[in-house]
Design a protein around this ligand. Structure first.
Ligand code: GTP
Ligand code: MG
Length: 132
């Protein structure tokens, strides 16, 4: 996902460009907005964390771009491309270093395993919205 902060700041094009230039193929994509209930469901793994309320309110605060990306070793390579959760610790040239403003408003989300990538893809997209 491109998170609400980066959509609002006009960074959709620059972020997608960096993603595709790094060899990821877009299999599905849409501009959409999560309800608070959607965000709570999506991030339910973090429900015990102190920032869960802040995180879910932020993620439902405005439009996001949801996408399914394909590449060999996609999960690991995408997390390398986006950089550390906290942009202050993110490596130079990473998407979060360039576009994130704080640990909460950190521009992009990436799945943390192939298993979760499948669950998250199904969360956002119907079968007919996904291309080969
Ligand atoms: P995602 O790709 O969004 O899952 O980020 P991540 O895997 O790098 O981090 P993690 O899954 O641990 O946390 C999920 C999201 O919760 C982060 O991307 C942040 O937006 C948010 N988050 C993590 N730690 C904090 C925090 O200390 N404060 C706030 N406000 N948000 C946090
Ligand atoms: Mg995560």
């Amino acid at each position: 996902m491109i998170k609400p902060d980066a959509v609002k700041a006009g960074h959709i094009g620059a972020i997608l460009n960096q993603i595709t230039e790094n060899g990821f193929r877009i299999k599905a994509m849409k501009l959409t907005q999560l309800t608070l209930a959607d965000a709570k469901k999506f991030y339910e793994i973090h429900q015990e964390r102190p920032f869960y309320g802040e995180l879910t309110e932020f993620m439902s605060s405005g439009p996001i771009v949801a996408a399914i990306l394909e590449k060999d070793n996609a999960v690991e390579d995408f997390r390398k491309l986006i950089g550390s959760t906290n942009p202050a610790e993110a490596e130079e040239g990473t998407i979060r270093k360039k576009f994130a403003t704080s640990v909460g408003e950190n521009a992009v989300h990436g799945s943390d395993s192939d298993e979760n990538a499948k669950i998250e893809a199904d969360f956002h997209f119907a079968g007919r919205e996904v291309f080969g």
